[in-house]
Design a protein around this ligand. Structure first.
Ligand code: FAD
Length: 283
């Protein structure tokens, strides 16, 4: 494996005993990848706040791999975020993925929201804790679904970087050119932090179609048609997914991406298979 590559894997906090078992198994199976960090998602408005905290601390204590909680500011007060930052610091957690988040529709009971966008959250983390945290932010090669325009989205991305982000992880995509174009546009704006492609392995078409609809990630027509043709044949969907996503990763690395961030969905198999095909793992 090329040593300078930064590999990372994302999990969500398990909600059941069975889910916990699967998560722990996946986490152990992914260790041979020597990830730079494992990250754990966060429900906007704090719906999984405690579980994110516990999962991150467990990962770091059990695996010695740095763990990065996702932290969203939507529906949260500065006081609450300050307390979380202190708790993370007290547990030697020094990486954070800083996000605006999405307010779940129809869900009330939020605290007074004081930070409205991710750039404000990054600014707040820096003002509270200086350079203690390594901060990752989100990037959207196919643009955020609520973006006023592509240009505005890029300029807002620059604001997050100027506020003190160290690195960015992208939303997933299946079109390598959208990533290369985005990185070029960022370079033209003077953005020089690493922009790591987020990789979504494909193992279930209907689930992927649902996700993609809500987060604005495009599944190209040719890929949709190939996956739809498989019907309920999961092994066939997975075979196509492996071929397509491995090829995407090859293109990205060849084109200069300095790492890959795998959205594992708490499963290891497809991430490991892609990694083997890319030559990161020998067995
Ligand atoms: P922002 O960067 O704040 O952008 C949000 C929108 O507002 C964009 O359309 C942008 O153009 C616009 N905008 C930005 N700044 C301003 C400004 N100052 N003024 C006006 N408009 C502005 N969600 C979760 O709930 N939990 C998670 O754990 C989680 N993890 C994620 C991890 C990654 C790697 C990615 C890519 C996304 C993740 N998300 C998560 C989803 C994310 O929270 C949503 O995409 C959310 O809608 C935007 O978050 P953001 O941090 O990109 O927002």
């Amino acid at each position: 494996m090329t040593q300078s590559l930064t590999l990372s894997c994302e999990f969500f906090p398990p909600r059941t005993d069975e889910g916990m078992k699967n998560f722990r198994a996946a986490r152990e199976q992914l260790l041979p990848l020597k990830p730079a960090f494992f990250s754990v998602t966060f429900g906007a408005g704090g719906s999984t706040q405690d579980q994110t905290f516990e999962t991150v601390v467990e990962i770091q204590n059990q695996t010695k791999i740095p763990a990065a909680p996702h932290l969203s500011c939507v529906g949260s007060s500065k006081k609450n975020i300050r307390q979380l930052l202190l708790n993370y610091k007290a547990n030697n957690i020094s990486r954070i993925v800083a996000l605006r988040g999405d307010r779940p529709s129809g869900m009330g009971g939020f605290e007074k929201e004081e930070l409205h966008y991710a750039n404000e959250l990054v600014e707040f983390i820096r003002s509270e804790t200086g350079d203690y945290f390594h901060i990752e932010v989100a990037a959207y090669p196919e643009f955020h679904p609520q973006a006023r325009s592509a240009k505005a989205d890029l300029n807002y991305f620059k604001q997050k970087v100027d506020a003190g982000a160290n690195c960015a992880i992208t939303q997933y995509f299946y079109n390598a050119d959208s990533y290369f174009r985005f990185v070029d546009d960022c370079n033209k704006l003077g953005i020089s932090i690493p922009i790591i492609p987020g990789i979504m392995p494909i193992s279930n078409y209907s689930q992927l179609a649902r996700f993609s609809e809500s987060c604005g990630a495009e599944i190209p027509r040719w890929l949709q048609r190939r996956l739809q043709d498989c019907g309920d044949d999961l092994p066939q969907i997975q075979a196509i997914g492996l071929e397509v996503v491995t090829h995407l990763c090859e293109q990205l690395l060849k084109g200069g991406a300095s790492g890959l961030h795998f959205y594992t969905l708490n499963r290891s198999q497809t991430t490991l298979e892609i990694s083997k095909r890319l030559g990161f793992l020998t067995s």
